[in-house]
Design a protein around this ligand. Structure first.
Ligand SMILES: CC(C)(COP(=O)(O)OP(=O)(O)OC[C@H]1O[C@@H](n2cnc3c(N)ncnc32)[C@H](O)[C@@H]1OP(=O)(O)O)[C@@H](O)C(=O)NCCC(=O)NCCS
Length: 190
């Protein structure tokens, strides 16, 4: 689950993916790809995150997110591993979404987290739309999302993007989204 050992060939930071976007609820956000120097930011956000959020994201009650994991999560090659972070107009980090190539060819897993105080504003849906769009452009033809069975919020967000869920297994459900032909696009404005 988003943790396969792989060697990344680092590509140039894709400045063209930086954008001011507006969510369905009218929230303006600055979205940009994650960079290696976001490790400090991510460390702080993880340290401040509540246990429920961490459990829903990592599926274990006390995930060990050590500095190696933080480095891993911020080592982005923008092709096989991609992450976008959204900031409010005040510069506060609001959410992050990512995809990561899986071992199965042309298949990647997506995940998203939004700060509790920023939820229900359409941020997860928007970030996931952008991540899905980028995954398609990078040549993936199927995405999956893994959610806890009881995580209604995640299941609804993922469903709203067209992912279809398989049967539950050990407390988790896996949803898949074929990307060919193109199924979604990011809504951005400047
Ligand atoms: C799941 C999560 C990312 C949703 O973030 P969000 O920004 O609040 O989601 P959005 O505002 O984009 O919601 C989009 C839709 O999802 C559904 N949804 C979102 N939160 C929901 C909730 N608490 N209960 C039921 N449906 C919910 C709704 O259909 C919503 O559309 P609506 O607000 O127009 O009704 C957020 O709750 C979170 O970070 N949870 C912890 C981490 C996690 O579970 N990650 C998912 C692992 S893949």
């Amino acid at each position: 689950m988003l943790a396969t050992a792989s060697i990344l060939i680092m590509n140039t930071y894709p400045t063209e993916l930086e954008a001011w976007v507006t969510t369905a609820s009218g929230e303006r956000l600055f979205v940009r790809p994650v960079r290696a120097d976001d490790a400090t930011l991510l460390r702080r956000e993880v340290d401040q995150a509540d246990p429920e959020t961490l459990y829903q994201r990592f599926f274990t009650p006390q995930p060990r997110i050590n500095d190696d994991t933080i480095t891993y999560l911020t080592a982005i090659d923008y092709q096989r591993r991609m992450a976008l972070v959204a900031f409010t107009e005040d510069g506060e980090a609001a959410g992050i979404a990512r995809y990561e190539a899986l071992e199965a060819p042309n298949r990647a897993e997506v995940a998203v987290t939004v700060k509790p105080s920023m939820r229900r504003r359409g941020i997860a849906r928007l970030l996931l739309e952008m991540v899905v769009h980028r995954a398609h452009e990078s040549g993936f033809d199927e995405l999956e999302a893994v959610c806890l069975i009881e995580n209604e919020a995640a299941i609804n967000v993922v469903s709203s993007l067209g992912f279809e869920f398989g049967p539950p297994d050990q407390g988790l459900v896996i949803a898949t989204l074929p990307l060919n032909p193109r199924t979604t696009s990011a809504s951005t404005s400047s």
